[in-house]
Design a protein around this ligand. Structure first.
Ligand SMILES: Cc1cc2nc3c(=O)[nH]c(=O)nc-3n(C[C@H](O)[C@H](O)[C@H](O)COP(=O)(O)OP(=O)(O)OC[C@H]3O[C@@H](n4cnc5c(N)ncnc54)[C@H](O)[C@@H]3O)c2cc1C
Length: 460
C-alpha cells in the first residue's frame, strides 16, 4: 500500500489542513517562542475527534514526525516540527460546566482564559497557570502550577478523566476506572502517551480573590526572600503567593522613577473568604519591607489570571531553566540575590512558586508527577524581543541556574524545562520513571509522540 497523501488527509478531515502553499500558513506555523522557526509539511486544525484520529493515523502511516499542540506555549517548541505534521488543537474549544457535580469538560484547544471564563460564571475554578494565554493541555499534562495549587492541588490532581487518541489512532477514555495506567501517566507525564482531545476536571468554589503584585526595593531582596520562605511555610493554604525578581514595568501603581529598574516582588492571591483578604494581605505590606508600590485588592479570579498577560506576550525570544526546591537556604538566597538582581529585560523574570499544601498530600507514586516533597518550583524566565540579544540573555539564564542548582533538588518541573534539558528527564520523574517507560511501551511502543520531554518506551 502506498503512503497516504496530504490530499487524502484533506478529503478525510473536516477541519483546516494547511500546507506551505496555502494562505495562512505563515501565521499557522508560528508558536509562542519566536526563537522556534520551523516549517511543517502540513498543519491540521481538527474540527472534531475524528480529524484527530485521521491525523494521527496519517502521520504514522506516512512515517512523518508528529507535533501536537494546544496553547503553543512550549518554550522548547515541541508544538512544531520541520517537514512533519503539526496537530494544532486550538480549533477545539468546547467547554461544558456541570455546576451540580462541580466538574467541567474542556476540549484540548482551550486556554486558561477560556476555561476560567466558562467556570467563573458558576463561581467555580480549578488550579490553572498564572497567565490566561497558556493552553490547558500542555500545562495539565505536565502537572500544572498556579495560585490555587496550595489549596486545591496541582492541575493534574484535579483531572478526573481524559479522552485520548493513542498512537494506533483509537480513542480511549482514561480515568481512575479505565486505562488506569494511562491515567496515572497523563498526570505529569506530558504529551508522551497520545493526543488528549478532552479533559474533565474537578472544580472548586472560587469567584473573587484578594491579591495582586507588591514590589520592593532590590536592596531588600535578601530580607524579602527570607521572610517569604518563613511566611509561606506556615501560611494558610488559601494563600497562593509567589516571589519574583523583575524589571518594574511602566504601570501607574509604580513610581515613575522606578519604571525600568530592577526590583523584587510578591504576587499574592488569597482565595479564602473575601472579607479576610485585606487582613491576610497586610503582612506583605507591613511585615516585609516598605513596598515601592502595590496593586492589591479584591478582584474576580480571572482578572488576576490575566493580569500579567501583557508582560509575557507571544513573539518573544525565550529560554528558560528550572528546578524544584526543598529548602530555600541562606546560601540559595544569596545566589538568587546575586543573579536575580540582573534580570535583563522587562519580559524576563524569576519566579518561586509555592508547592507546600495540597500537592504534598498526594503520594509521589500516585501520579506521574514525582516531586511531591518539593516546597517550591523555581523558574528562570529569559524573555526578550530581539534575537540579536540571544547570547547575552541565554547566558544570564544559564549563569543564574548554575548558581542556584547546587542548592536545589536534582530535578525540575518538566513544563519549565528547555530543549537542552532532555538529560534531566529521569531526574524529573525520579522513582516514577520506570513505570512511565512501561506505560509508554504499552501505548506508544514506536515513540510516535516523541516531540516532548521524551520518555522512551521500555524494551520489555
Ligand atoms: C508565558 C508562559 C507562562 C506559563 N505559566 C505557567 C504556569 O503558571 N504554571 C505552569 O504550570 N506552567 C506554566 N507555563 C508552562 C506551561 O505549562 C508549558 O509551556 C505547557 O507546555 C504549555 O501548554 P500549551 O498547551 O500552551 O503548550 P503547547 O506548546 O501547545 O504544548 C506543549 C506540549 O504539550 C503536549 N501537548 C499539548 N497539547 C496536547 C494534547 N492535547 N495532547 C497531548 N499532548 C499535548 C505536547 O507534547 C506539546 O508539545 C507557562 C509557559 C509560558 C510560556
Amino acid at each position: 500500500m502506498s503512503n497516504p497523501t496530504i490530499e487524502e488527509l484533506r478529503s478525510a478531515a473536516r477541519g483546516a489542513v494547511i500546507g506551505p502553499d496555502d494562505g495562512g500558513y505563515e501565521g499557522a506555523r508560528a508558536v509562542y517562542n519566536a526563537m522556534i522557526d520551523r516549517r511543517p509539511r502540513v498543519i491540521v486544525r481538527p474540527a472534531d475527534v475524528a480529524d484527530v484520529m485521521a491525523t494521527v493515523t496519517f502521520a504514522r502511516s506516512a512515517g512523518l514526525e508528529l507535533a501536537v499542540r494546544g496553547g503553543a506555549h512550549s518554550v522548547p517548541g515541541f508544538g512544531t516540527v520541520d517537514d512533519g505534521v503539526v496537530l494544532d488543537l486550538s480549533s477545539l474549544k468546547g467547554i461544558r460546566v456541570d455546576p451540580v457535580t462541580k466538574t467541567v469538560r474542556a476540549q484540548a484547544g482551550c486556554t486558561w482564559g477560556d476555561l476560567d471564563h466558562a467556570t467563573h460564571a458558576f463561581g467555580l475554578a480549578t488550579t490553572g497557570g498564572i497567565l490566561s494565554t497558556t493552553g490547558i493541555a500542555g500545562l495539565s499534562l505536565g502537572g500544572g502550577i498556579g495560585y490555587l495549587g496550595r489549596r486545591y492541588g496541582l492541575t493534574c490532581d484535579n483531572l478526573l478523566s481524559a479522552d485520548v487518541v493513542t498512537a494506533d489512532g483509537r480513542m480511549v477514555t482514561a480515568s481512575a476506572k479505565d486505562h488506569e495506567d494511562l491515567f496515572w501517566a497523563l498526570r505529569g507525564g506530558g504529551g508522551n502517551f497520545g493526543v488528549v482531545t478532552e479533559f474533565e476536571y474537578r472544580l472548586h468554589p472560587v469567584k473573587h480573590v484578594y491579591g495582586g503584585p507588591i514590589l520592593y526595593d532590590l536592596g531588600r531582596a535578601a530580607d524579602v526572600l527570607r521572610w517569604y520562605r518563613e511566611y509561606i511555610a506556615a501560611a494558610p493554604e488559601e494563600q497562593g503567593a509567589f516571589f519574583a525578581f523583575l524589571v518594574a514595568p511602566p504601570l501607574p501603581f509604580i513610581p515613575e522613577e522606578r519604571h525600568g529598574t530592577n526590583v523584587c516582588g510578591i504576587v499574592t492571591c488569597w482565595s479564602g473568604p473575601l472579607e479576610e483578604g485585606e487582613r491576610q494581605t497586610r503582612p506583605f505590606l507591613e511585615d516585609v519591607a516598605p513596598p515601592i508600590g502595590h496593586h492589591t485588592g479584591p478582584m474576580p479570579y480571572p482578572a488576576l489570571q490575566s493580569a500579567f498577560d501583557g508582560l509575557h506576550p507571544p513573539g518573544m525570544q525565550n529560554y528558560w531553566k528550572a528546578d524544584f526546591v526543598h529548602e530555600l537556604t541562606d546560601d540559595a538566597v544569596q545566589a538568587h540575590v546575586e543573579h536575580g538582581a540582573n534580570v535583563p529585560h522587562v519580559h524576563s523574570t524569576m519566579h518561586l512558586y509555592p508547592l507546600n499544601g495540597a500537592p504534598q498530600r498526594v503520594a509521589p507514586d500516585e501520579t506521574a508527577f514525582a516531586y511531591r516533597d518539593a516546597n517550591i518550583a523555581a523558574v528562570i524566565v529569559g524573555m526578550w524581543p530581539d534575537a540579536a540579544d540571544n547570547d547575552r540573555n541565554i547566558r544570564w539564564v544559564r549563569d543564574y541556574w548554575e548558581a542556584i542548582h547546587p542548592h536545589d533538588a536534582e530535578g525540575g518541573y518538566i513544563n519549565f524545562m528547555s530543549g537542552d534539558d532532555q538529560d534531566r528527564i529521569h531526574a524529573n520523574y525520579r522513582g516514577n520513571y520506570d513505570r512511565l517507560t512501561a506505560v509508554k511501551a504499552a501505548y506508544d511502543p514506536d515513540n510516535l509522540f516523541h516531540l516532548n520531554q521524551n520518555i522512551q518506551p521500555s524494551s520489555t
